[in-house]
Design a protein around this ligand. Structure first.
Ligand SMILES: NC(=O)c1ccc[n+]([C@@H]2O[C@H](COP(=O)([O-])OP(=O)(O)OC[C@H]3O[C@@H](n4cnc5c(N)ncnc54)[C@H](OP(=O)(O)O)[C@@H]3O)[C@@H](O)[C@H]2O)c1
Length: 427
């Protein structure tokens, strides 16, 4: 077959074939191999930030990397690298306020401790990089929180103090909000002449964080001689005794759990019968002790509700003072919302209190801003008390901030005994 094809070969085609002498391709000469070189230094325009945010009460908080702090920072500000963020019921109330999904992130945490990493030119004389600090960062409407790797602090707006060496970062992060609230309440009473050495005081919610500071202030700073009557659980009484053994004989504990529906009853009995009844922890036998302090001059209510107010005639002295941080509706961290309206009758009590009631009623709202602090100096006074170890923060639990769900759940149950603190990652 091959032979047949070759025999029929067209000779013309053979003449058309060009026999080219093509040189083999040559290698392109290269002077040297390409090498990776470091990128030239650029001007850093932002400090990257990792923060814990939420969009609504119905969605789980999450970490965000969207926030960036622009540099150079404003002259009157400084940057704090946050070590710890203190949680408070107000954080839950702020979360509960966002019932619809927001198209912006809202931060968590209103208290902080940390280290200054940058200072604006105007604050450089007062603050320097490396200073260990703690403070309150209260911007619920701006939506920024302290569970954030770095925060931009303006010392003329935010309360910031040098952290004394005798307290750690965790305790520092849980100090100022509740201590500040307690201090302002007691200062207010003292300035109105309602808190004196002869005051007989009742505290509703003796193991709330505000109360733990209030008890210390009343006993170690105001040096109130009378025994303070404390409404708390049996465990709460044991807890307070173990935290402050020197105050065991200075406090009278009344169990709120056994009298949940009628917390006024054991108090009324105590006043009218001139005796307190406690129960032996092992045998359960009642133990009677004399009580001769009579009605109260001051009721500090950190739980809320109407039961004590409803029985104010039998509990409070004429011209006594009733201060609540909650209002007529009992506290419920799963539902309470930030800046909610109080019961209308509480509003009337505030306006017509002096006419209708024989006692002075205050629904206390803490303003933790630096402007207010500069008026009465509460922050510096608190710093002195902390530094001189007159008061201390009791920390209940510390959570890595990645375990924020556990921390918020624990706080929400309303049974923490001391502060709940987040450990913030150095990002
Ligand atoms: N208006 C303001 O400016 C302001 C400022 C600060 C705080 N607050 C409010 O004040 C309240 C207290 O805050 P906080 O951070 O101090 O609270 P907290 O530490 O969260 O309080 C938890 C404690 O409350 C005790 N407790 C729960 N129910 C009780 C009851 N019925 N009777 C007595 N004790 C009870 C629990 O004890 P057991 O587990 O032993 O029961 C637990 O130890 C909150 O509602 C907060 O929002 C308001």
């Amino acid at each position: 077959m091959t032979e047949k094809i070759l025999a029929k070969r067209d000779e013309f085609l053979k003449t058309q074939t060009i026999n080219q002498d093509v040189p083999t391709p040559k290698e392109i000469p290269q002077l040297e191999l390409l090498k990776r070189v470091p990128r030239p230094l650029r001007h850093v325009k932002y400090i990257p930030v990792k923060n814990l945010v939420f969009f609504s009460k119905h969605t789980t908080p999450q970490f965000s990397y969207e926030t960036r702090i622009k540099t150079p920072i404003p002259k009157d500000t400084l940057i704090v690298q946050v070590r710890n963020s203190g949680l408070n019921p107000v954080d839950l109330k702020i979360i509960n306020s966002y019932t619809r999904n927001m198209n912006r992130e809202v931060g968590i945490g209103r208290e902080f401790s940390g280290v200054i990493t940058e200072t604006g030119s105007d604050v450089r004389g007062q603050w320097k990089e490396g200073d260990e600090v703690y403070g309150v960062y209260f911007h619920p409407t701006l939506g920024v929180g302290t569970a954030q790797s770095s925060i931009l602090v303006a010392p003329d707006k935010d309360v910031i103090l040098r952290k004394p060496s005798n307290i750690g970062f965790q305790a520092a992060a849980g100090t100022l909000y509740c201590l500040g609230a307690a201090r302002n309440i007691l200062d207010g009473l003292e300035s109105k002449g309602q808190l004196t050495p002869s005051s007989n005081i009742l505290i509703n919610g003796g193991t709330t964080s505000v109360a733990i500071f209030a008890i210390q202030l009343l006993k170690y700073h105001h040096r109130i001689p009378k025994k303070i009557v404390i409404l708390c659980s049996e465990y709460g009484a044991t807890f307070l005794k173990s935290q402050f053994p020197d105050l065991c004989d200075e406090l009278i504990f009344v169990n709120y759990v056994m009298n949940a529906r009628q917390i006024h009853k054991p108090l009324e009995d105590m006043i009218s019968n001139h005796e307190t009844i406690s129960y032996d922890a092992t045998t359960g036998q009642p133990i009677s002790s004399p009580y001769d302090q009579g009605k109260f001059n001051v009721i500090l209510d950190f739980i809320g509700g109407y039961q004590l107010i409803g029985h104010s005639n039998s509990l409070l002295e004429k011209n006594g003072a009733y201060v609540t941080t909650v209002g007529d509706y009992r506290t419920n961290y799963s539902k309470d919302v930030f800046n909610a309206w109080d019961n209308p009758s509480a509003g009337a009590r505030k306006i017509f209190g002096k006419l209708l009631w024989t006692f002075d009623y205050t629904h206390f709202h803490f303003d933790p801003n630096a402007k207010y602090a500069s008026k009465n100096g509460w922050a510096e006074k608190c710093a002195e008390l902390v530094e001189s170890e007159v008061v201390r923060c009791v920390v209940d639990k510390v959570y890595d901030w990645k375990k924020f769900e556990d921390a918020l759940d624990y706080l929400k149950r309303g049974h923490c005994h001391g502060k709940v603190i987040l450990e913030v990652e150095r990002f």
